[in-house]
Design a protein around this ligand. Structure first.
Ligand SMILES: NC(=O)c1ccc[n+]([C@@H]2O[C@H](COP(=O)([O-])OP(=O)(O)OC[C@H]3O[C@@H](n4cnc5c(N)ncnc54)[C@H](OP(=O)(O)O)[C@@H]3O)[C@@H](O)[C@H]2O)c1
Length: 380
């Protein structure tokens, strides 16, 4: 019986938990959330949907607040998961999209980097609990792994693998490439090296903008990139291959998470895409083999080159540098947006200050949201 714990009962955690609970293999899946009512209802929903489909999934739930590391460690030690999926955040990416449009557009210009503490701190707390519980679980994290993992790697606390981001465009690129090549999509694979910034931009703008990316297209295992019109293919992502976005679009992220989690749970080998493997910056193709993993780069690309590609994406996401001790340096243009809008300024973030900074962002953002919402109300 394989045991899987999903830690974080928000939109993504609940989606992934629901799918994991309905697989046919022998599994015990536990959802661990902070809000008792939400977590209980999500666990029962998964159980009853399974029953309705003729299955009897072994699912249950538990509670913790990640700020209480000892309590989370107790939960992990009591369950002893084989695989632990982290999906907790103090402020998910979609929160700003609920603001009045003008405010959303202004904040959107900051890109993702300056918000790092909102993803870093809950992941840090979870990893401290993993360490305290002496857990041997494979830890897979959804929360901005492109940047969170290299920061936590510096202190020996990186999750093993991330999910999403680089992976989310792969099915669209495969579909577009297969159409261009006149082949069935099952014959076509891609190897994509791209940071969160690029992943985000590809589906909206159809190019990597000022940042670098690496892409190889394979047909029946043979590299055919030279025969493909890559710019044309990418342009089609926000065109004929556009997909549902926003919260409903997190179905794509959940599928990306499952592409990584299922092979790890079932002990199957698989070729996937994942951000932050082993603490690396940005996103890579990854081979999962016998429960471990390695990067699976395009032919001829070294790991140094792949990291350099991702560092260019990192800068455009608003992070200039992650130093060897985990200190983060932010791009002034990106941070300037948060300073202008929220009054929040942070040029350099030592890891030890991340918790206070996350609390400061939360407080300033709550005031900002109240102000811009009220302004719209008055104008209306
Ligand atoms: N990699 C990708 O492609 C990708 C795509 C989508 C999302 N994400 C990331 O995945 C993460 C989750 O996204 P989401 O959309 O599911 O966000 P969400 O709906 O806001 O869920 C976040 C969850 O974290 C929980 N949480 C916050 N603080 C906690 C604490 N101290 N203790 C325990 N739980 C706590 C929240 O609990 P409460 O409900 O009690 O507040 C909430 O359930 C975010 O970092 C998001 O940016 C990544």
């Amino acid at each position: 019986m394989r045991k899987i714990m999903v830690l974080g009962a928000g939109d993504l955690g609940r989606r992934v938990f629901h799918e994991l609970a309905h697989a046919t293999g022998e599994r015990h899946v536990r959802l661990v959330g902070r809000n008792a009512e939400v977590t209980l209802r999500a666990a029962n929903l998964a159980r009853f949907c399974g029953l309705q489909r003729g299955r009897t999934p072994r699912v249950d739930h538990a509670l913790t607040d990640l700020t209480d590391v000892a309590r989370t460690a107790e939960q992990i030690a009591a369950f002893r998961p084989d695989v632990l999926f982290l999906a907790a955040s103090y402020q998910s990416w979609w929160q700003i999209s609920a603001l009045p449009e003008a405010a959303f557009q202004r904040l959107y210009a900051a890109n993702y980097g300056p918000w790092l503490p909102m993803h870093l701190v809950p992941t840090l707390k979870a990893m401290e609990a993993v360490r305290m519980a002496d857990s041997e679980a494979v830890v897979v994290n959804a929360s901005y792994p492109d940047a969170v993992h290299p920061v936590l790697f510096a202190v020996g606390l990186s999750p093993h693998l991330g999910i999403g981001n680089v992976a989310n465009n792969v099915p669209g690129i495969r579909t577009a490439a297969a159409a261009q090549l006149g082949r069935h999509v099952a014959d076509v694979d891609v190897r994509l090296v791209a940071h969160h910034y690029v992943s985000h931009r590809l589906s909206r703008r159809g190019d990597s903008g000022p940042a670098r990316m690496g892409l190889a297209v394979l047909c029946e295992g043979r590299d055919v990139t030279a025969t493909v019109d890559v710019p044309d293919l990418l342009r089609r992502l926000p065109g004929e291959y556009r997909r549902t976005g926003g919260l409903p679009g997190q179905a794509m992220t959940a599928a990306s998470a499952l592409s990584v989690l299922e092979p790890l749970i079932d002990g199957r080998d698989a070729e996937v895409h994942a951000p932050g493997p082993g603490g690396l910056v940005g996103g890579y193709p990854v081979a999962i083999e016998s429960g471990t993993f390695r990067t699976l780069l395009p032919d001829g690309m070294t790991e140094e080159e792949a990291v350099a590609i991702n560092l260019s994406g990192q800068r455009h996401d608003g992070i200039s540098e992650i130093r060897p001790d985990g200190t983060v340096v932010f791009e002034s243009a990106s941070m300037g947006v948060l300073t202008e809008e929220l009054g929040y300024a942070c040029d350099v973030l030592p890891l030890a200050e991340a918790e206070d900074r996350a609390a400061e962002i939360a407080e300033r953002y709550a005031r900002y949201r109240a102000r811009v919402t009220e302004q719209v109300g008055v104008a209306g």
